[in-house]
Design a binder for this molecule. Structure first.
Ligand code: PRP
Length: 209
């Protein structure tokens, strides 16, 4: 039976392809609308990035590729045996450039796609905050006055810059991770083991290059 790999066609797709090919593993192209693609001994399941942990946790996929930002937010019960070393970015608090200092006792309104991580960050530091959950274009929330600040992923910083925001705190450094279903890790170790070792070797090669 083939090993099922959940991944999204989003920002991590190209890096995942590079790693799989460097590991001598098959990898699908992004063309077409088929959501399940068989390639050799692997069956790729194309899902939305935020759903990768869910498919892996429930064992529909044996393993998956997902950003650690999404993974921490999902808090899924999966193994995370490998940092794939690409898709590096950070989850950060950003505010409008020139905004006055954060008032000490006021409740901040924070817009984010990551309410769990944002709450852990602010409330963990004893800073009163309320959270507005958005699904994308989070920067707009600050620009249009829906929120005082945002917690969002920053990669190049271009989106912040072009919308008049700046990073004020880093919440989490992030990168792409290989995640594995806990049962598959043991029951399917004949297939999971070689996949993991091949990807580890490809990552080590990349680091040494
Ligand atoms: C992500 C993130 C930022 C942007 C950061 O959005 O939410 O908006 O990328 O990248 P940058 O620092 O290189 O500009 P994404 O493109 O995933 O779209 P979304 O806003 O719809 O979530």
């Amino acid at each position: 039976m083939s090993l099922a790999v959940a991944l999204s066609k989003g920002k991590l797709f190209r890096g995942a392809g590079d790693r799989f090919r460097a590991a001598g593993l098959p990898f699908p192209d992004a063309e077409g609308r088929k959501l399940v693609v068989e390639q050799g001994e692997l069956r790729f399941l194309f899902v939305k990035d935020v759903d990768v942990p869910t498919y892996v946790e429930h064992g529909i996929a044996d393993c998956g590729i997902v950003g650690s930002d999404v993974l921490r937010e999902a808090d899924a019960d999966v193994y995370e045996p490998l940092d794939l070393g690409f898709g590096r970015c950070r989850l950060a608090v950003a505010r409008p450039q020139g905004a006055p200092a954060e008032p000490r006792h006021a409740t901040l309104r924070v817009a984010t796609k990551y309410p769990r991580l944002a709450a852990a960050h602010f409330l963990g530091q004893g800073r009163p905050a309320e959270f507005v959950k958005l699904s994308g274009s989070v920067e707009l929330a600050c620009v249009l006055g829906l929120a005082d600040c945002i917690v969002d992923v920053v990669e190049t910083g271009a989106t912040l810059r072009e919308n008049g925001l700046r990073v004020v705190e880093t919440v989490l450094e992030c990168s792409a991770r290989l995640v594995v279903n806990r049962a598959s890790y043991h029951a399917r170790r004949d297939a999971v083991g070689p996949l993991l070792r091949a990807l580890q070797a490809a990552c080590a090669q990349e680091v040494g290059a």
